[in-house]
Design a protein around this ligand. Structure first.
Ligand code: PGA
Length: 259
């Protein structure tokens, strides 16, 4: 069963997420992480950078993979996830460049890039901790509704709704039409999964993922089958679940946890 922790607000959700990442890298300095971009993880990254600066939390031996990248964007494009990760995390901590992996959206042969990426995850020994956001349509990474549960890293077409939501990152009116994303099976094989959702506009997706039928129509619902998955929700994202967080799940309030 998926563990659910409901935190009062975005800041406390971000603090718990950062503490979980920090614990994993302290326990296993060479851990392999699969990481998200977007608005949701910004608070988590901000705290991890603070922990690095204030407490010397080190990422020097860890390996990092990113979940996705837009197809056709060179790594120095301001809206690329390469730039996002440099600006918000990799460039601000002691991560080893040789162990940072983001799909190359400008690779001349995108299919070959996907195979190379998938192989690199395998060669790193698989993922210890995958951190995810969730799309309003239930997507994880850029695995849009309908993504096969057995999919691997591949080129995908973005949902129109995703392109609209992400439009503000682009000067032209919408996001690129295609992206490279780590696949559903690759995500599922992570030894631990942490999904973050904040705000009322994620409430339906989070509820469908946790309580709905397990279906490729709601990609995040696949996580109901995962042996070690936790959803960290702020109160707004958890609102439809009120009273429905059951035994075996947890609610948290400012660090205190009760069943
Ligand atoms: P967001 O994106 O964090 O910017 O809301 C999450 C996602 O689409 O996976």
């Amino acid at each position: 069963m998926v563990r659910v922790r409901v935190l009062p607000d975005y800041e406390s959700m971000s603090a718990v997420a950062a503490e979980i990442v920090a614990e994993r890298v302290r326990e296993k300095p060479g851990a392999v992480f699969l990481l998200p971009t977007g608005t949701t993880p910004l608070g988590m990254y901000r705290r991890l950078v603070q922990m690095h600066r204030r407490e010397g939390l080190s990422f020097a031996q860890a390996t990092f993979f990113n979940l996705d990248e837009y197809l056709g964007l060179p790594p120095d494009h301001p809206a690329s996830y390469h730039v996002y990760m440099q600006e918000h995390f990799y460039g601000l901590v002691d991560a080893d460049r040789a162990r940072i992996h983001v799909p190359d959206g400008s690779a001349p042969d995108p299919e070959a890039e996907c195979e190379r990426y998938e192989a690199a995850i395998r060669e790193a020994g698989g993922v210890d901790l995958c951190v995810l956001g969730i799309g309003r349509n239930g997507h994880i990474g850029f695995n849009e509704p309908g993504a096969p549960f057995d999919s691997r890293t591949r080129v995908v077409r973005l949902a129109e709704s995703t392109r609209r939501v992400n439009a503000s990152d682009f000067e032209v009116d919408r996001a690129p039409e295609r992206a490279i994303t780590v696949g559903m099976a690759t995500i599922f094989e992570s030894r631990e999964v942490l999904l973050l959702a904040s705000g009322a506009n994620k409430a339906r997706a989070a509820a469908a993922a946790l309580r709905g039928e397990i279906s490729e129509a709601v990609p995040a619902s696949m996580l109901q089958r995962h042996p070690n998955a936790t959803f960290l929700l702020d109160r707004d994202a958890a609102s439809p679940l009120d009273g429905a967080v059951s035994e075996g799940e947890q609610r948290s309030n400012e660090g205190s946890t009760w069943a």
